[in-house]
Design a binder for this molecule. Structure first.
Ligand code: URA
Length: 460
C-alpha cells in the first residue's frame, strides 16, 4: 500500500498516531532512497514535539531492525549478552566490560556507534589504535566472537540501515534527544545484532541526552518494554553523567584509561560503573552466580588474574590493531611536571601521560579558589570536539591523540592557578576558545557539593 509522506507528517503534526503499516512504509521508502531528507526531518521534528505512543515506538523499532540483515548468532553456543550506552562524555565502559565478560566465558557480540553530537563513540575510540578495523564481514564477526569470546564492531551498512540514516539525519537536525527516537534507534540495533539479553546503561545528567532522572527512567522503561515485546530480557542501569566518567575524554586517552581499569586501577566512579555493568551482564548469562557478591568476586578475579586484559589485547590483535604500540604506550605512561599559572605558593603537579601525547599538552588553570561544584558536561564534550577528538561536521577527521585529561572531579578543592585539566591537541589555534568553553563549563563555589553516586538506579 502506498502513502504520501506529506500526509504522515501532517498526521504526526496533529498528534494522531501513525499505524504499523504507515511506519513500515515510511522506513522502507526512506531506506531505499525514495523519501527526501527534508520530509524525514520534518517527521522527526514532529515526533520530537509530539512524541509517539508505545505501539508506534515498537512499530518503528521493528521496522528499523528489519530494514536490513538480522544477525544470526545461533552458531555461537550459549546465551549472548550485549550492552549499550545511551551516550556520554568519557564513557569507555564497553572497552572494560566486554573483555571481562569474555574472560568469564560469556560471549559478547557488540555493535557500537561513532561520536554523536557532544558525546563520544566507542568505534572512534577503538579506531584510535593504529591498524584496528571496526568493520567486519558477518563471517569475520562470528569468527572473532568464537575465537576471542567478544567482538565490538561498527554498525555495518547491512545492519539496521534505517537507523544509520536516521542517526546521521537526527545529529544535524537537533532531533537526537527524543525518548521514542533514542529508544527505537538503540533497540533496533540490539534486535538486529542478535543478542539474547541486553544491559542498557542509560545516562542521566548534563552530559547525556536525558538531562533529568525522570526522563532517563522513562527512556529505560520504554526500552525494557520494547525488549519484552521482542522476547529479549533487558536490564537498565541509570547512571550519572553530570561530569565526565573517569579522567580521560577523547579516543586513545580513553583506550589507555580502560587498560588502567583492566589492570586493576582506574578512577573510582568509572571502576564502580564498569563492575556493576559487568555483574549485571554476568547475571543475565548462562554463567550467572548464585548471588551478586559471588558475581562481583568472579568479575574482580578475571581482572586480578590478567585474564580480562589478555582477552582485550586478543580482540585488538584480531581486529588488526597494533597491540605492540598500545602496550608500549601503556607501559610508557610517565609523570610529566606541569607548571603553575603564576602562583609561586603552589607546588608543581605531575600528570601521567604517554610521551607522544606529552608533545601536545597544555594545562588549563582554575581561575579562582573553591570547590568544583557543578559541571555542564556537554560543554566539556564540545571542548574535546574542538580539540579534534570528535566531529563538528560529518566529514571531519578525528585526531586519535586529541582529548582531555581531567585532573579534578566534582567536590575536589581547587586553588587559583592550579591545573584542573590537560588538553591534548595538534591544533594550537583552537586552544583559547576550547579553554574558555571548558572553564565556563565548571562552577567553582565556596560550598562543597553533595556527594552523588555514579549508579542512580537499576531497572529490571
Ligand atoms: N545512541 C544510539 O544508538 N541512538 C541514539 O539515538 C542515541 C544514542
Amino acid at each position: 500500500m502506498g502513502y504520501r509522506m506529506y500526509d504522515l507528517i501532517e498526521k504526526k503534526k496533529r498528534k494522531d498516531p501513525l499505524s504499523e503499516e504507515e511506519i513500515r512504509w515510511m522506513i522502507r521508502e526512506y531506506t531505499e532512497g525514495r523519501l527526501p531528507d527534508y520530509q524525514m526531518s520534518a517527521l522527526m521534528m514532529a515526533v520530537w514535539f509530539n512524541g509517539m505512543t508505545d505501539e508506534e515506538t515498537t512499530y518503528l523499532t521493528m521496522a528499523m531492525a528489519r530494514s536490513g540483515d538480522m544477525l544470526d548468532l545461533s552458531a555461537i553456543p550459549g546465551t549472548k549478552v550485549d550492552k549499550h550506552s545511551t551516550g556520554g562524555i568519557g564513557d569507555k565502559t564497553t572497552l572494560v566490560v566486554a573483555p571481562i565478560l569474555a574472560a568469564l566465558g560469556v560471549p559478547t557480540a557488540k555493535m557500537s556507534g561513532r561520536g554523536l553530537g557532544f558525546t563520544g563513540g566507542t568505534v572512534d575510540k577503538l579506531e584510535s589504535i593504529p591498524g584496528l578495523r571496526s568493520e567486519f564481514s558477518e563471517e569475520e564477526f562470528l569468527r572473532i566472537l568464537k575465537d576471542v569470546g567478544f567482538v565490538d564492531a561498527a554498525q555495518t551498512k547491512a545492519l539496521a540501515p534505517a537507523d544509520k540514516l536516521l542517526y546521521a539525519l537526527r545529529d544535524v537536525t537537533a532531533t537526537v534527544d527524543s525518548i521514542p527516537l533514542i529508544a527505537s534507534s538503540i533497540m533496533s540495533k540490539k534486535l538486529a545484532a542478535g543478542a539474547d539479553r541486553i544491559v542498557l546503561d542509560v545516562k542521566c545528567g548534563s552530559g547525556a541526552f536525558m538531562q533529568d532522572r525522570e526522563s532517563a527512567v522513562a527512556l529505560a522503561r520504554q526500552m525494557i518494554r520494547i525488549g519484552d515485546l521482542a522476547g529479549r530480557k533487558v536490564v537498565a542501569v541509570i547512571s550519572d553523567m553530570n561530569q565526565p566518567l573517569g579522567h580521560a575524554v577523547g579516543n586513545l586517552v580513553e583506550v589507555l584509561e580502560a587498560l588502567e581499569v583492566l589492570s586493576g586501577g582506574g578512577e573510582e566512579r568509572l571502576r564502580t560503573l564498569c563492575m556493576e555493568i559487568a555483574v549485571e551482564m554476568l547475571q543475565l548469562s548462562d554463567h550467572a552466580r548464585q548471588d551478586r557478591e559471588e558475581a562481583k568476586a568472579a568479575v574482580e578475579e578475571v581482572i586480578r588474574s590478567g585474564a580480562a586484559m589478555e582477552r582485550c589485547m586478543a580482540f585488538y590483535r584480531a581486529a588488526g590493531g597494533d597491540t605492540e604500540y598500545l602496550e608500549k604506550a601503556f607501559r610508557n605512561i610517565k609523570e610529566y611536571p606541569v607548571t603553575m599559572d603564576g602562583d609561586e605558593t603552589l607546588e608543581a603537579v605531575t600528570v601521567p601521560t604517554v610521551p607522544i601525547m606529552a608533545e601536545t599538552m597544555t594545562p588549563v588553570y582554575a581561575k579562582e579558589d573553591g570547590f568544583l561544584f557543578a559541571c555542564d558536561n556537554a560543554e566539556v564534550g564540545m571542548a574535546s570536539v574542538m580539540l579534534g577528538a570528535g566531529r563538528a561536521k560529518k566529514e571531519d577527521v578525528i585526531d586519535p591523540l586529541a582529548g582531555i585529561l581531567i585532573l579534578k572531579k566534582l567536590g575536589d578543592p581547587v586553588r587559583k592557578g592550579e591545573p584542573i585539566a590537560i588538553f591534548f591537541t595538534k591544533d594550537e589555534s583552537v586552544l583559547p576558545a576550547a579553554k574558555e568553553r571548558f572553564l565556563a563549563a565548571y562552577t567553582i563555589s565556596e560550598k562543597k557539593p553533595e556527594e552523588t553516586s555514579v549508579i542512580l538506579e537499576i531497572l529490571r
